[in-house]
Design a protein around this ligand. Structure first.
Ligand SMILES: Nc1ncnc2c1ncn2[C@@H]1O[C@H](COP(=O)(O)OP(=O)(O)OP(=O)(O)O)[C@@H](O)[C@H]1O
Ligand SMILES: Nc1ncnc2c1ncn2[C@@H]1O[C@H](COP(=O)(O)OP(=O)(O)OP(=O)(O)O)[C@@H](O)[C@H]1O
Ligand SMILES: [Mg+2]
Ligand SMILES: [Mg+2]
Lengths: 251, 251
């Protein structure tokens, strides 16, 4: 049972694209997978075909007003989704005791036992929703794009991370995936070298190449495997799923 | 005196890249410009050369513990910056009365009178920091990238926007700029058509092309005009500054 928070407070680095396509690749490889949409914007939910994101979902679970079984939906064979729901932003606005940080962990504890992988799509922030995701997770996956501003955010992210590990009193394995990678750009190759220098053994072996089909498929409410099964996007996410299962790292 | 909130809750659409380079282009065109870094991640601040973002900045102004004059710094000729400061995330966590939403407006009211343009770089969220930016602004500029998930966010953004306009009891002109535009992609051209259909007369004439120099320049703490003054990035932002000054829209 691996519960993976897919997080990075930097915007637009491919968290949602990775959650959807890595999730579908793991399910296609025979694993039981559930995706959780932690982003009030509900892009994962919409990309999975729930275009209005109006029915109660994760928002109600975090408010302790329903159970996981009531809100989880099958979206593809072996792939389920807990939608964001319309009131997720309101949950994040709450102030108060630190028990609010454990709502997701407690809400999915039993359900997760029956899953091989649970992937949590995080919003680009470091507030209560991301804190819930980190406390519920058994490991973290950080998508990183090949540019300077993406790298900048990492030291701050690690700071937040250490803070959570201390509070949890157990370690939370951290791994990275290079996304939207354009190998022709010197900048991207430079970022890759920096990542391998600072985080040896922590960068997954496959990098996800920039590929317009990955940007197009949500518009058809399809994963890359349904939209363009023979393209680079499908090839890369299929390989990434194997890296994750076998813990295959970049050298 | 035009105070422009550069906002979009979608991540990675070029808010920071636009604030820095449009700001520098306006200053080079002879305008008095101040940039405000509203993002706790401080990427604009760091891109301007303040690599630690450790000194008090906007965070102190919003907490009413200093004045604008104390924290504003010149970064280039005619271009000043109010840095984010280390405690901006803490300000966003506060709960309480609606007077918190007017802190930026009140804090910069006098100072802004002496400026031609004030550009506010917003974080990818819809919380207290973005609300402050909208209440302080006289107009809004929304960068939009040429892909489906960016378009999805717009209807929700407009919802938030209408809400603020109602509370402010005056209209807040809204305009869009297409960023990271790759004209060879059918998806991007389709998004451009949709934008012109839904928002006629509201899309600025120049679109900013995808150009790796725009991603590289922050790594050298330079704007595009210092890094690659003859490239597409500089050309596009220079033209965008003229569009903004002359209110030149895309047909
Ligand atoms: N490998 C890729 N090739 C081409 N486009 C991509 C790729 N990965 C992501 N994109 C596109 O880039 C944009 C940003 O990706 P995505 O929304 O997945 O990032 P995110 O980190 O979830 O963003 P946010 O911080 O707003 O939640 C989307 O429009 C997406 O379709
Ligand atoms: N026109 C462009 N061409 C190439 N790269 C670009 C362009 N515009 C922005 N980028 C790069 O894309 C990434 C996202 O841009 P940027 O950080 O400005 O977006 P943002 O909307 O401010 O993101 P966030 O939501 O995280 O604040 C950055 O690494 C930036 O350097
Ligand atoms: Mg996302
Ligand atoms: Mg930014």
């Amino acid at each position: 049972m691996r519960i993976i928070a897919i997080m990075n407070h930097k915007g637009g680095v491919g968290k949602t694209t990775t959650t959807l396509n890595l999730g579908h690749a793991l399910a296609a490889a025979g694993k039981k997978v559930t995706l959780i949409d932690m982003d009030p914007q509900g892009h994962l939910t919409i990309s999975c075909g729930n275009s209005a994101n109006k029915e109660p979902g994760l928002d109600q679970l975090l408010m302790q007003q329903t159970t996981t079984e009531n809100i989880v939906r099958d979206v593809k064979p072996k792939l389920s989704l807990i939608s964001a729901g319309p009131k997720l932003a309101e949950f994040e606005q709450q102030k108060g005791d630190s028990s609010l940080a454990l709502r997701l962990r407690n809400g999915i504890k039993e359900y997760a036992q029956g899953q091989d992988f649970v992937l949590i799509d995080c919003p680009p922030s470091s507030g209560l929703l991301v804190i819930n995701s980190l406390f519920a997770a058994t490991e973290v996956l950080v998508p990183v794009t090949g540019d300077y501003l993406a790298l900048l955010g990492l030291s701050r992210l690690l700071g937040i991370f250490k803070h959570i590990e201390k509070a949890m009193q157990h370690s939370l394995p951290l791994q990275f995936v290079l996304t939207r990678f354009d190998g022709r750009r010197k900048l991207a190759r430079g970022i890759r070298t920096k990542m391998l220098t600072h985080f040896p053994g922590q960068v997954l072996a496959t990098f996800i190449r920039e590929s317009v089909a990955l940007a197009e498929s949500p518009g058809f409410q399809k994963s890359i495997f349904e939209y363009q099964p023979r393209g680079h996007g499908a090839e890369d996410y299929k390989a990434l799923a194997q890296d994750l299962i076998k813990k295959r790292m970049m050298k």
